[in-house]
Every structure is written in C-alpha cells, then in structure tokens.
Write a new protein. Structure first.
Length: 131
C-alpha cells in the first residue's frame, strides 16, 4: 500500500509544469456535469471520472483490512479530512486544482472500497493485520 500511495502522490503532485492551476470549484457536481453532458472529449471525461473514483478504492479496502471494527465516524471523517488535505495541498502548491467534485468522486471511491471489502476478503487471504 505504501508503494501504491507513493505512486498516487506522484500522479497527484508531479504534473506537467505547463498547466495552469489556481482556481477552486466550490460548486458540487459542476465539473462532473460538465463531463457527463459531453462538453469535454469522452475519453478525457471518462479518464477524469474513473480515475478520481477508482484510484481511491484501495484505501477503502485497506482501511477495513487494518481495522476490525472501525467506527462509522472513522470511516467518514478520515477519508474526508485526508482528501481535503490533498485538495488543499494541490491548490497551495499549484500542482492541481482544488475541486469539490474531486472530493465527492474520491470519497465515492473509498466508499466503494468499503463495499467491495467482503468480496476481497473472500478472494484474498491476508494475515490478520487488524488493529
């Protein structure tokens, strides 16, 4: 998971330098609707939506692998705070754009990981890592 996280860090913060970042989107679903209504090339829209969701699924699965009985509060707050930290850091460092829709899509990915956990647990045998 450490190597995966490092790869995601590189993807999130080491983007081409010729792109301009600095705006913040506070309007929920504005970017998502732009992608879904066809205002953007299909492949770009698909990549952005799928990547923002799927890249965070492993964090949901791993959270449930590490914690046997996590509280609902932990399952909600930790991903929200973590993703807000990522979005804020991207904005401050100008290595990405802060977007409420990224938060929504990333959280959807984490929560999909929570839902996938029972299936992963049946397929993958992991030593008891739970805290």
């Amino acid at each position: 998971m450490g190597i995966y996280s490092l790869g995601l860090f590189v993807l999130l913060f080491f983007r081409p330098a010729n792109q301009e970042y600095g705006q913040i989107n506070y309007i929920p679903f504005k970017t998502i609707m732009g992608f879904l209504t066809g205002n953007v090339n299909f492949l770009i829209a698909f990549y952005n939506l799928a990547a923002n969701i799927l890249l965070f699924v492993p964090f949901g699965v791993v959270t449930l692998l590490l914690y046997k009985n996590p509280s609902r509060r932990l399952l909600l707050l930790v991903p929200v705070v973590s993703i807000l930290l990522i979005e804020t850091t991207q904005h401050i460092t100008r290595r990405g754009s802060a977007d409420i829709d990224d938060l929504i899509l990333n959280l959807l990915g984490v929560w999909m990981g929570y839902l996938m956990y029972p299936f992963v647990q049946k397929v993958v045998k992991v030593k008891d890592l739970a805290v």
